[in-house]
Design a protein around this ligand. Structure first.
Ligand code: BYC
Length: 326
């Protein structure tokens, strides 16, 4: 994939700044909002961070679908807390994105207009209670693998947001795995429900890591600038290696006949991902893309009065503060 040449149009001062910037991030240094940064670095971060924030917010929908149908009060409380955490993650990351000089409203408008991307995984339906287990275990599990690396990203506000988010994701993953472990020890019908959820969520979870390295136009630049520390395929492999023994431990079978342990590399080899399915979902034509955007638009419209009230309150407080300062 062609990449924009960032250096050719630079003034001598900016070329020197770019060199210093690259040396700094090359040594593992952090970049803070007021530091000089190449315009392309800023744009790449806005792209990636806003997609991430949108994913957290849209990611509330598949699980929110089960809050009223959770099988016990404990499960309901835990699921409510988890879904609320996802809202919080979206907010931290939107705040982080704003430190790059972009307005949150602009980002949300792009999402609602269907112009912004969010993770492919949230365009699949949650058909049974076991799907809530599978999401926690696999989707949050994949997110931890990806975001533990992003906690070392070169952009300070993003890296710091990831530290807290990963702590919460760990709790999410455990609650999901606990649901799957409980179902797989249950009646044959419960175990079958857990296996069916695993069968449906396994491949989409592998797709969360993005296209293979040979088809990932953004990776080289993001790695050069220390935003990504590992490639999409490296992280996907790590996730597979971690998850295979977890499935075995609860007596479930990963739906991949090509899964084999390679004694030499000490990694699990796995089958080919259906990239046509991946791109269909990314381009907006997955099973639930339209439904998800409609739900977000409806929530945005329903929340208009809250935003208006918050703005009126802020204006009143500003007036009050000015009056008391005068
Ligand atoms: N889905 O060059 P590439 C959560 C796009 S939420 C959709 O490899 P990059 C949770 C990609 O954007 C977790 N699109 O890109 C929440 C690019 O398109 P553009 C969400 C995808 O950025 C609630 C194009 O494909 N996590 O955990 O180097 C409940 C080429 O890709 C996807 C994050 O957002 C995808 N799966 O790498 C439970 C993590 N993959 O923008 C859990 C932050 C790729 O050029 N993001 N695309 O038009 C990242 O780590 C990276 O952006 C990615 C992609 C690994 C996703």
């Amino acid at each position: 994939m062609p990449q924009k040449n960032t250096e050719s149009a630079l003034s001598p001062e900016d070329a020197a700044r770019l060199e210093a910037f690259e040396a700094h991030v090359g040594k593992g240094g952090y970049v803070e909002p007021k530091d000089w940064m190449p315009e392309r670095y800023r744009k790449q971060l806005i792209r990636m961070m806003s997609q991430h924030a949108h994913s957290e917010v849209v990611g509330m929908l598949p699980e929110g679908n089960w809050i009223t149908r959770a099988p016990s009060l404990r499960r309901k409380m835990v699921l409510l807390a988890k879904v609320q955490d996802e809202a919080g993650h979206g907010l931290y990351i939107y705040c982080g994105t704003e430190t790059l000089g972009v307005d949150r409203e602009e980002l949300v408008e792009a999402l609602l207009a269907g112009k912004a991307k969010y993770s492919s995984i949230f365009n699949y339906p949650t058909l049974t209670w076991a799907d809530i287990g599978a999401i926690g275990w696999l989707v949050d599990g994949a997110a931890i693998v990806n975001q533990t690396m992003l906690a070392k990203a070169s952009y300070g506000p993003y890296a710091r947001a990831m530290i807290r988010i990963c702590k919460e994701e760990n709790f999410h993953k455990r609650q999901g795995y606990e649901i799957m472990a409980t179902l797989s020890k249950g009646t044959p019908a419960q175990k079958a429900m857990a296996q069916d959820a695993l069968d449906r969520w396994w491949w989409p979870s592998l797709m969360m890591f993005g296209p293979s390295d040979t088809n990932s136009p953004n990776s080289a630049e993001l790695i050069k600038w220390g935003v990504k520390k590992k490639t999409n395929d490296e992280l996907r492999q790590r996730f597979v290696d971690l998850t295979v023994p977890q499935a075995e431990a609860i007596g479930l079978t990963l739906p991949d006949p090509d899964l084999r342990y390679d004694e030499e590399t000490k990694h699990w080899n796995f089958g080919e991902i259906d990239w046509d399915e991946f791109w269909t979902v990314v381009k907006g034509n997955g099973p639930c893309n339209k439904e998800r955007l409609e739900a977000r638009r409806r929530a945005h419209d329903d929340g208009a009065w809250v935003r208006a009230a918050a703005e009126a309150y802020a204006a009143k407080r500003n007036g009050h503060n000015r009056a008391t300062a005068a």
